[in-house]
Design a protein. Structure first.
Length: 555
């Protein structure tokens, strides 16, 4: 037999990896055939309640917030092991219905939870602020002995030499790590699909995506298979998935959360930085994550982390806030569900006594031009190299931007890269000046406290489709702290394109043609972004609390 004939294909490698993953689900957690929803059943969000597969206590535990779960474990009312087992069972079911998991770490999680219970029994107190809390991780975070493939078949079997600093800090705070979640190949697209693990589905409608690149996390958290998931974001990868699945989330500014020893695309590209942040069920859970991590003084372990304690005083908001209201970016208008979500939010804020003024982020169009040059400065050399290890094809949405079929991609010279980065600096100056000038209109004597706008012009979209515009590039280009909050869900009766609607650009016309009708997004949840200034994590989290107070849970 020749060496060539014994070499594995990318298909056989993927099949082997998927079989390995399936073998780690305990047999008692496999959904019985009689209970398994058919492929035609798209809405599976209510399976845990409707199926009878879970006990009442398992449902109570898994549907609690992270903050409530930690509180109950800190008093001994719940044990870390029973909480971990309940959440792992729900994760196992989520995987069978949604294909949201890459690496299963259950046995290690059970051992860790048992250790925490023994510590609590011996010492009469929790080990740290996250004592016993199961936390899920996007695939790119490194765990000992576990692959970090970010969807490349050719990276299967690569074990990281060192765990991510964030992983170490979470453990020190008392967290239980139990699973890693699916991403798109390369991380650089909005549909979570790859050749190694397959496609992740939305529990509200399995014909729809949960976004990308943190789409495995958003699917798992919204299905209640995770109290809190850690994603990353360089162009919308936390914000889009959270908006699509009715979650609260935070894209912090670079330097507030450690990104050290994380498997990534574009290593060494520092013109625009990817940031790690949480996808959660409540603003309180975001605060729990951020405050717990900051207390670990990550700057003593990661030189990229800013030595900035959690500033409780910045959470104290004025009684009356004023928000900028960005109904689109002046180039593309939101689709009807996003427009309705914006109007709901505006009405609720005004009724609660806050101010809202128009503030259109016109800078988004230029930010999009800038960020694409940053992402493609190497002429897509890295992505083509890594996908070529096994000859696997790139997903269509990646191929069109970074693949060999795109012959228009040319690497930038050093001078061109410098010019593009300087253009970003000037854009940031202009945006700040406009923000500051709003003090003349807010009625509070201050500039706007935050900017509310859609993360994306669309609600969750059909698989293998790609909208022609992205609102979310301004935050990473200018490194703006940005939160996400849920508002509503698609209404097939209300969310139709108005007969008198007129496009404001060619891309706007294409976007509305892409939307077409609400039935293409049926049952999708709809969230919005809340943009603050750089390094305003405390204030943005507090303002997300305001959104929860005025809007409720959004669905």
């Amino acid at each position: 037999m020749t060496e060539e004939s014994t070499q594995e294909t990318w298909q056989s490698i993927a099949a082997r990896k998927q079989a390995e993953r399936a073998s780690k689900i305990p047999p008692e957690w496999l959904i019985p055939e009689a209970m398994m929803p058919s492929d035609k059943e798209d809405f599976v969000q209510d399976f845990p309640h409707a199926s009878g597969f879970f006990t009442e206590r398992e449902l109570t535990i898994t549907e609690s917030s992270a903050s409530d779960a930690v509180a109950k474990m800190s008093t001994g009312e719940w044990t870390a092991l029973e909480v971990t087992r309940a959440i792992c069972k729900r994760t196992a079911v989520a995987q069978q219905l949604l294909n949201c998991v890459t690496e299963i770490y259950f046995e290690q999680a059970f051992a860790r939870a048992a250790e925490l219970d023994e510590y609590f029994k011996t010492n009469g107190k929790p080990i740290g602020p996250l004592h016993g809390l199961p936390i899920s991780l996007k695939d790119q975070f490194n765990l000992e002995g576990v692959d970090s493939t970010i969807g490349y078949v050719g990276w299967m079997g690569r074990k990281p030499e060192e765990e991510s600093t964030l992983v170490k800090l979470l453990r020190r705070a008392g967290a239980v790590l139990y699973v890693k979640t699916n991403v798109p190949t390369t991380l650089m697209t909005g549909e979570t699909v790859n050749n190694l693990f397959g496609r992740t589905l939305n529990p509200r409608n399995r014909k729809l995506t949960t976004g990308g690149s943190s789409g495995g996390e958003s699917a798992l958290v919204t299905f209640r298979g995770s109290f809190m998931g850690i994603g990353t974001d360089i162009g919308g990868s936390i914000r889009h998935p959270a908006s699509y699945t009715g979650l609260y989330a935070l894209r912090p500014s670079h330097g507030r959360v450690s990104y050290q020893q994380v498997t990534n695309t574009f290593l060494g590209q520092e013109a625009v930085q990817s940031c790690a942040g949480p996808l959660c069920r409540s603003p309180e859970d975001i605060r729990l994550f951020m405050k717990s991590l900051v207390a670990q003084k990550a700057w003593e372990h990661d030189p990229q982390v800013i030595p900035l304690p959690w500033r409780t005083e910045a959470e104290a908001l004025p009684t009356k806030l004023c928000f900028g209201f960005g109904m689109g970016d002046g180039y593309v208008t939101p689709s009807p569900p996003l427009r309705r979500a914006m109007e709901i939010t505006k009405g609720k804020l005004l009724a609660a006594g806050h101010n809202v003024i128009d503030f259109i982020p016109y800078e988004t169009k230029e930010a999009s031009e800038i960020i694409w040059k940053m992402w493609l400065a190497d002429g897509a050399e890295e992505i083509r190299r890594d996908s070529g290890l096994t000859g696997e094809p790139l997903p269509p949405s990646v191929e069109v931007n970074y693949g060999h079929s795109n012959t228009s991609i040319k690497p930038l010279s050093v001078f061109e890269t410098w010019q593009n980065q300087h253009r970003r600096t000037i854009l940031g100056q202009r945006f700040l000046e406009r923000w500051q000038k709003t003090a003349e209109r807010t009625g509070t004597g201050r500039p706007i406290d935050g900017l509310i706008m859609p993360s994306t012009a669309m609600p969750a979209i059909r698989h293998d489709t790609r909208p022609p515009w992205n609102y979310s590039v301004l935050s990473p280009v200018l490194d703006l702290t940005t939160g996400v909050f849920p508002v509503t869900e698609v209404d097939v009766e209300k969310d139709v394109v108005p007969k008198d609607w007129k496009p404001i650009s060619d891309v706007d016309k294409k976007m509305m043609e892409f939307y077409e009708k609400p039935q293409n997004h049926e049952n999708a949840l709809v969230g919005l972004s809340l943009i603050g200034r750089r390094l305003e994590e405390e204030k943005v989290v507090a303002m997300l609390g305001v959104m929860k107070d005025v809007l409720g849970d959004g669905h």
